[in-house]
Design a protein around this ligand. Sequence first.
Ligand code: HEC
Length: 493
Amino acid sequence: MLKNVLKWFEDRLHLTEVVGPSMTHPVPRSAKWWYVFGSMTLVLFICQIVTGISLSLLYVPSASQAFESLEYITFQAEMGWFLRALHVWGSHLMVGAMTIHMIQVFLFGAFKYPRELTWICGVLLFFCTLGMAFTGQVLRWDQDSYWGLGVGMSMAGRVPWIGPELVHFVLGGPIIGGEALSRFFALHVFVIPGMLIGLIGLHLLLVIKCGINEKPTPGVLVEKNSYQEKYHDLVEKRGMPFFPNAAGRDMIACGLTLGLLFFCAMMFGPSGPAGEPNPSFVQTAPRPDFYFQSIFAVLALLPPYMETFLILGFPILAIGTLFLLPFLSGGGEKHWRRRPISVAFVLTLVLSLGTLTYLGYLAPWSPVMDAWSGIPTPPAYVKGRTPLQLQGAIVVQNKQCRNCHMLGGQGGKRGPALDDVATRLNGDQLIRQVIQGGGNMPAYGKHLSPEETTALTAFLLTMTPDWQHEPAAGYPMNPRPTQDPVPPILPDS
Ligand code: HEC
C-alpha cells in the first residue's frame, strides 16, 4: 500500500532522479571538517524560520503595541523567553557560522574558476543575512533599536542627491514611526526571507553542479582549460559519495551547532527589550547587536571630516570587491600559503573588526548610562554656592549631563570633564553649547526651560579649580562671576 502511494508520487515527481544523484554525487576525499560551516549556516537558518514563525504568532507589528507584545512574550507566554532567546542566538550564531564559511571559502580559493557564480550567490546571501539581522533588531522596537535605526538612517541620509528621499522611502515618512515598523516587518518576514530561500536553492544547486572545491595543494594552479577535466578525474576516480561520509560530518557539526544554540539561549537568554523607545530621551546611546558594533565604534572614533567618505566610500569599495573577487583573481594559485596578500587581508580584517567591536563595548567615549542616578555631585562643588547655582547642580544631575561628562573624576568620558569648564568658556559660550549642542553633544534647547538654563550656567560658571578663592592667576579672561548671568533669549520661546 505504502509502496503504491510512493510509486504514485514518484511517477509524477521523479524525485529519485533529483535526490538520488545529489546524495551520491562524488565529492573530493580531501573535503573534511573545514567544509561543514555551510551546512551549519543552513541548519541555523532553518531554526530561524521555525522560531521566527512561532514568534510571529504573538508579535504585533504596530508602533503602539510592539513593545508590549514583546514584553508579553518574554515575561508571560509559556517559554516565550526561550523562543526569543533561540531566535536572537540563532541569528548571532548564523552570522558567525556564515562568516567562518566565507573566510574558509576565501582562504581555500574556492571562489575561483568555475565556482564564480557560487561565490556571488554566497555574497548575496551574506548581505541578505545581515539585512535580516538589522531588520530583526528594528522589530525589537525598544530604545536600542530605535536609535540604531536612527544611526542607520542618518548614514543613508548622506548618500548624495537621493539620501533624503531614500530615508523617506525606507521609513515611510520623515520620522521613525508606525510606518517604519510595518516596512521593516514586511522586509524581515516576507521580502528578505523570500530572497534568502531562493538564493539558498540556487547556491545549493551550484554547489552540486560545480562540485565542492578540493582541498588546495600549494603549487597546483587553476587553469581554465584543464581544471574541469582534472576535477572530474579527482572526484570520479579518487572521490567518494557525499552520503554517508561527508554528510555524516555535516550532521555531526549541525548537531553540535544546535547544542550550542540551546546552550546559549538557556544561559544568556533573550536580548532586550530595553526600555520603550522615546525620541525625547536625548541622552540615550544606541547599543547595536555585536556585528554592527564595529560600525558604531568607527563612527564614534573617526575624525568628523572622514565620516562621509567612510560611511559612503568604504561600503561601496567593500561590496564591489566582494562581487568582483572571482573575476579579479579567477585562476592561479589556490592554497593560502601561496597567497600571502589574501591571508594578510583576512587577518587585518578580523583583527580590526575584532578590535573595533571590543572598543564599541568598552570605549571610554560611550556614555555611562547610570551616572546620574548613582553618583552624587562632589561636596566641594556645592559648598558655599548660591541657591541659583545649587539649582544648576541639580539640573546637571537631572538632565544626566554626567553620562557624558565627568565631575570630580566620576561620570562618562564622551565629552570633556566639566570641573574646570569655566576656565575655557564664558557664560554665553556655555549657554550656546548647552542649547545648540554640537560636536557629538545633543542639543538641549527644547529640553531645558529658560530658568533651568540660567541655573545651569550659573553653576557651570563656578567650575574653576579655585572658585572658593580668588580667580586663578592663569585665567584672567573668565573672572569669577559676581552676579548670576542674564537669562538667555531662546530661539523659540
Ligand atoms: C551624549 C553625551 C553628552 C551629554 C549627555 C552632554 N554632553 Fe556636553 N559635551 C559632549 C561632547 C562630546 C562635548 C564636546 C563637544 C565638542 O567637542 O565640541 C561636550 C561639550 C560640552 C561643553 C563644552 C566643554 C568644553 O570644555 O568645551 C559643555 C559646557 C557641556 N558639554 C555641557 C553639558 C551639559 C550642561 C550637559 C547636560 C545638560 C551636557 N553637556 C550633556 C557630550 C555630551
